[in-house]
Design a protein around this ligand. Structure first.
Ligand code: SAM
Ligand code: SF4
Length: 322
């Protein structure tokens, strides 16, 4: 098992398959996607080499992310190749849901286990305003289809100022009868979103305390389950989780590494730079690649230092995969 100098074990890979996105979320790509790196995206065979290398080091779960992964027409083949890799038990996709009703059947047939869809508001007009696309009903229809196909569905929702209480009430109304896990994410400051962050960041613990007062109970999870905290309530079919990167001990339970769509290893979402693994990936040599990753892990820092306002080379999360 891949372990760093701080005793953390990495069995979870977040693999970006593209940095391109069709949405314009205010905190991520407010002006839409602008190409900054012209290196080609890894092809399916190259992605397989990466997954084989990580699997040989103990990785059991792979999340395919982006940018927007559904923009890749070969995503079903990528899912299938990832799922077929010995050692990989679970394959997840994080998506904005734009194409969901059309593609979810293919993803499921390819072996997808878990789907995370990002929805920051249940108000259709606000959703259009936040993302630049008036398609909330289609995204929700896609989620229903995914559930009917037996997939585990989680919804990522950003905590944002201006209407946070109303959005929370609307999400609670939905979770009463919808068995999905909603995960509130604290907005993180990146290189591009300084001003947006300053006027929109809300701490998750404020909302968390409110839910505990209303009878939501913390669900016990194994320590290596990652940094999210999850709550349930007897009157609700859905659960609520919190991902609070600004909380003190967030990095202690880090269990993940990231590889960008261009084949760079990011030891942290906010590392100063990505480590170029492309030479080993292009050679198709998963053993050499695994050896390289094992060597590089020694440089993983104990914290992301976000509290000290360090954001590294990360201009936005689309570059690298959230
Ligand atoms: N396009 C897909 C989507 O939106 O689900 C996948 C990529 S997106 C970068 C993955 C997740 O990162 C989304 O849930 C998004 O809300 C989150 N995200 C983007 N920018 C963020 C930021 N500055 N702070 C915290 N989360 C962010
Ligand atoms: Fe695109 Fe996801 Fe970023 Fe929104 S959060 S702009 S959907 S990559």
């Amino acid at each position: 098992m891949l372990t760093d100098n701080h005793g953390r074990r990495f069995y979870y890979l977040r693999l970006s398959v593209t940095d391109v996105c069709n949405f314009r979320c205010d905190y991520c790509l407010p002006d839409g996607y602008q190409a900054t790196d012209n290196s080609p995206h890894l092809g399916t065979a190259e992605i397989s080499t990466v997954v084989r290398a990580f699997a040989s080091l103990g990785t059991q779960k792979v999340r395919l992310t982006g940018g927007e992964p559904s923009l890749r027409a070969d995503l079903p083949e990528i899912i299938a190749a990832t799922k077929a890799t010995p050692g990989i038990r679970r394959v997840a996709v994080t998506s904005n849901g734009y194409k969901l009703p059309r593609v979810i059947g293919q993803w499921c047939d390819a072996g997808l286990d878990q789907l995370n869809i990002s929805i920051d508001t249940l108000d259709p007009a606000e959703f259009a305003d936040f993302t630049g696309h008036d398609c909330l009903p289609r995204v929700l229809r896609g989620i229903e289809q995914a559930r009917a196909l037996g997939l585990e569905v989680k919804v990522n929702a950003m905590l944002l100022q201006g209407g946070a209480d109303r959005r929370l009430r609307e999400f609670l109304g939905w979770l009463r009868h919808t068995p999905v896990t909603l995960r509130f994410i604290e907005l993180m400051r990146t290189g591009d979103n300084r001003e947006f962050f300053a006027s929109n960041h809300i701490r998750g613990d404020v909302v968390e305390r409110e839910l505990v007062r209303d009878g939501w109970q913390l669900v016990e999870r194994p320590r290596d389950a990652g940094p999210a905290r999850e709550y349930r309530h007897p009157d609700y079919l859905g659960r609520i989780g919190f991902i609070t990167p600004y909380s003190e001990d967030f990095c202690d339970s880090c269990n993940r590494l990231r590889v960008s769509a261009q084949g760079r290893l990011h030891l942290c979402l906010f590392a100063e730079h990505g480590i170029d693994l492309y030479p080993e990936i292009a050679a198709g040599d998963s053993a050499a690649l695994a050896e390289r990753i094992r060597r590089e892990i020694g440089a993983k820092e104990p914290s992301h230092y976000l509290q000290q306002e360090q954001v590294g080379a990360t201009r936005n999360l689309s570059m690298l995969g959230g």
